[in-house]
Design a binder for this molecule. Structure first.
Ligand code: MV4
Length: 444
């Protein structure tokens, strides 16, 4: 086991990793930018190192500064959290080459899944259902038109180096295809440095359902159920829950088995998430995320597994402690992302937290780094807190969510709390009748 873990991140996830380390008896190192001197992760860690100015590029994305911080403090492993360097295969390689351990998957698996067109081909070859579309990425607009004509419109063009909703173009009929293909290529080239695009049939009302997976170095791969993440806006998730109101035990098993096959095909190790689109009773592979995700607590609450501790154990060469045998989800859990944003326009709203009361009591968990008088800096994402509630079933969980959101007080910055309160009173949401289009016609 490691003796000292450096956390290459900030905010609530840095605190989450520190919590796991402390409970495992491991020392911790926080790194921080000049804008994060007064952050809780800096105070809670055993050591802390300032790694640069506020801009992420010069601090949380600075590989050399982070490696130097690890060497100075004698850390033997680095946890990347989510975002920042978490899915950078080059970073994972350098960490390992420096004699440290990257707490995450092998660099090769990160690289392969980072190419969304190759990921799609790999999934297909592993017998995982994919959305009808191109084989890998396409060379010309004519090739794209041929594929589109074969599968029928509408189609969606996606950047192979993109992901998470960036660099996508929907095409409703053949007259648009050539122009959209060129636009997609140019945008992808500018945004990701690669103009490669692939094509899929466009599903008009899908759900986003993802499977949490975990693999160790002894060949064990497990699927830990799903998270339904359809409630999102501008590709930012707002609410996640498990189990999904759309899945049966039979579908859950089939999706889990498909996810496991993909992991085995890429020699995956550590925590990962396979994203699927689900429509009309069918599921299709979309992307794999090779990191711990923001919404991991939802899975922790219904499985009783501490995913971050498992990440650390597996990276240290230990076996997964997940029990063998029949797997089932217990009760229901829901996560509400509380962002420092205008709940109507979704514009970021950084500033000073003047008043704060966090909800608690039965079945309520709040993962957060904020405190009264904390100043939310404008340089990073706007996540303030994750409110995670658990109940015996979905309606029980919704009731608990309403209660917790009523008791949650944040003053000084605008937050998404009022939006969550409204969603929990929406009939369609309560029925579980949701898709990725839910927020299109929802507003306060
Ligand atoms: C799609 C799709 C419909 N059909 N692909 C958005 C995120 C990125 N990972 C892929 N996305 C989508 N891909 C096909 N073939 C619809 C979306 C999509 C979406 C997916 C998940 C959650 C929210 C979404 C919102 C808009 C579009």
């Amino acid at each position: 086991m490691f003796s000292k873990v450096l956390i290459a991140n900030r905010g609530e996830i840095a605190l989450r990793v520190i919590a796991a380390c402390k409970e495992m008896g491991l020392k911790t190192v926080a790194v921080h930018s000049e804008a994060d001197r007064d952050s809780l992760h800096v105070r809670y860690a055993d050591d802390d190192v300032c790694i640069g100015p506020a801009a992420s590029k010069q601090s949380y994305l600075s590989i050399s500064s982070i490696i130097a911080a690890a060497e100075i403090t004698g850390a033997d492993a680095i946890h990347p959290g989510y975002g920042f360097l978490s899915e950078n295969p080059h970073f994972a390689e350098i960490v390992n080459e420096c004699g440290l351990t990257f707490i995450g998957p092998p660099a090769e698996a990160i690289r392969l899944m980072g190419d969304k067109a190759r990921a799609r081909e790999t999934a297909k070859n592993a017998g995982v259902p994919i959305i009808p579309g191109s084989e890998g990425s396409m060379k010309t607009a004519d090739e794209a038109a041929e594929v589109a004509n074969a599968i029928g419109y509408p189609v969606i063009l996606k950047a192979a180096a993109g992901g998470g909703g960036r660099g996508m173009r929907i095409c409703w009929d053949p007259s648009e295809l050539h122009r959209q293909y060129e636009t997609a290529r140019n945008e992808a080239e500018r945004a990701f440095g690669s103009g490669e695009v692939y094509l899929e049939k466009y599903l008009e009302r899908p759900r986003h359902i993802e499977i949490q997976v975990f693999a160790d170095n002894f060949g064990r791969v497990v699927a830990l159920g799903e998270r339904e993440c359809s409630i999102q806006r501008r590709h930012q998730k707002l609410i996640e829950e498990s189990p999904s109101p759309a899945l049966t035990d039979e579908l859950r098993k089939r999706m889990g088995d498909a996810a496991i096959r993909l992991c085995q095909a890429v020699n995956y190790v550590n925590a990962g998430t396979i994203e699927f689109l689900f429509q009309d009773g069918e599921f299709y592979f979309m992307e794999m995320n090779t990191r711990i995700q923001v919404e991991h607590p939802v899975t922790e609450e219904v499985t009783g597994i501490d995913l971050v501790k498992e990440q650390i154990r597996v990276a240290a060469g230990e076996r997964l402690t997940v029990p063998e045998g029949e797997f089932r989800l217990r009760g229901h859990a829901m996560e509400f992302r509380v962002n420092a944003e205008d709940p109507v326009t979704f514009a970021p709203n950084p500033g000073k937290i003047r008043e704060l009361h966090l909800p608690g009591g039965p079945g309520v968990r709040v993962d957060t780094h904020i405190y009264r008088d904390y100043v939310v800096p404008p340089h990073y994402d706007s996540l303030l807190a994750k409110l995670v509630v658990r109940g015996k079933d979905r309606l029980d969980t919704i009731a608990r969510g309403r209660r917790a959101l009523e008791q949650f007080v944040v003053e000084g910055v605008k937050t998404t709390i009022p939006l969550h309160r409204a969603i929990l009173n929406n009939e369609q949401f309560i029925r579980g009748d949701i898709s990725t289009r839910f927020m299109d016609n929802f507003s306060l």
